[in-house]
Every structure is written in structure tokens, then in C-alpha cells.
Design a protein around this ligand. Sequence first.
Ligand SMILES: NC(=O)c1ccc[n+]([C@@H]2O[C@H](COP(=O)([O-])OP(=O)(O)OC[C@H]3O[C@@H](n4cnc5c(N)ncnc54)[C@H](OP(=O)(O)O)[C@@H]3O)[C@@H](O)[C@H]2O)c1
Length: 175
Amino acid sequence: MHVTLYMAMSVNGFIADNDDNEDFLSHDGWDAFVELAEKAGVFMIGRKTYEVVLEKYKDYGFMDVNADRIIVTSDENFTSPDNFRVVHSPKEAVQLAESLGHKQALLTGGATLNSAFMEDDLINDVILNVEPAIVGQGKSLFAPSNFARRLLFKSVDNRGDGILQLHYEVGEVLG
Ligand SMILES: NC(=O)c1ccc[n+]([C@@H]2O[C@H](COP(=O)([O-])OP(=O)(O)OC[C@H]3O[C@@H](n4cnc5c(N)ncnc54)[C@H](OP(=O)(O)O)[C@@H]3O)[C@@H](O)[C@H]2O)c1
């Protein structure tokens, strides 16, 4: 299984503000997610991201994405109302994606789940939409965690409006 992490972020690495608003990011962040999720055929998100999008971004329909959908939560009683599959760890998410016949899967946040995947060494490459904004505080690409990895540059794509899409392969463990 090949897992790609995709996220949109400010130049200084924030993916949302402290109230989970992403209004400093453009619609291209969502468009790029849909492109990559449909290419992979399956995407995986944290329970919090699922709830934030449902609550704050009603126009951004996860159900419109033509891909399998997986939510990760530690809550054994969590039930999803709309055709998501629910698992309880990053490893289980990857195993489920494999069992559905996928060879690639897209991980798309949030910060906590990204770190959990990185700690379990489950991310093969990273695609970042770097948006022309800087914000003073908020949620980072990764929640605080104990990993350090080299990234190997693959490409950069100018998506217009000052948005650069960076693509890296995850390399050796550092330190
Ligand atoms: N800019 C972007 O591209 C982008 C993309 C996605 C999200 N976001 C933003 O990111 C923010 C959400 O990030 P977040 O860090 O607060 O939450 P999150 O990573 O979306 O979800 C965290 C939750 O996922 C579950 N989880 C995480 N690791 C787990 C593990 N190892 N095992 C089992 N369950 C696990 C837990 O759910 P339970 O508590 O239910 O156990 C945890 O509370 C929101 O503001 C969202 O808008 C931005």
C-alpha cells in the first residue's frame, strides 16, 4: 500500500486556526484534495476533521468525492451517518483500504492523525499545497510528536494565485 499525505497550509505550516477555521486557505486546497482522493480511490481522515467539515464547511461535500471514505477514531461507539467506514487506528485504516482492493490511499488530516500515521511509519510521500498566507497561530501540519524524517524532493507545481504544490517522498529517519 502506498500512502500519500496531502494537506493545504499557510507558508508557515498552519492548516487551520485555533477555532478550526480554514478561511485563510483557498478553494484550490479542496479541489486538489478531490483530485488526489479520486486518483487514489480512497481517503482517510481523523474524526475531528470529519466533524469540522460537516459543521463549518457544508459546501465542501465529502459525499461528492468519488472514492471510498475512512474515518479513524478511538471511540468504539462512533457511528458515521453517511457511508464512511470507521476504524480505530492508522494500521487498521491501511489494512481496510487494502482489503477494499486499493493500492494507493490518501491521508488528509488533521494534525493529530497525520502524526499518528508518521509515528507508525505509514506515509510514503507528502503533497502540500502551500498557500500565500502567514498566520500567527493555529493547528500545524503535524501535532507535536517524536519523529524526524528526511524528505526527498520530487516536484513543484505552480497552481496559480500564488499556490505552490510541493511533492516529497518520505526518506530516512533523522537523529
Ligand atoms: N488544511 C488542510 O488541508 C486540512 C485538512 C484536514 C484537516 N484540517 C484541519 O485540521 C483540524 C483537525 O485536526 P485535529 O488534529 O484537531 O484532528 P484530526 O487529526 O482530524 O482528528 C483527531 C481524532 O482522530 C482520531 N485519531 C487520531 N489518531 C488516532 C489513532 N492513532 N488511533 C485512533 N484514533 C485516532 C481521534 O478521534 P477520537 O477523539 O474520536 O478518538 C482523534 O481525536 C481541523 O481544524 C481541520 O479543519 C485541515
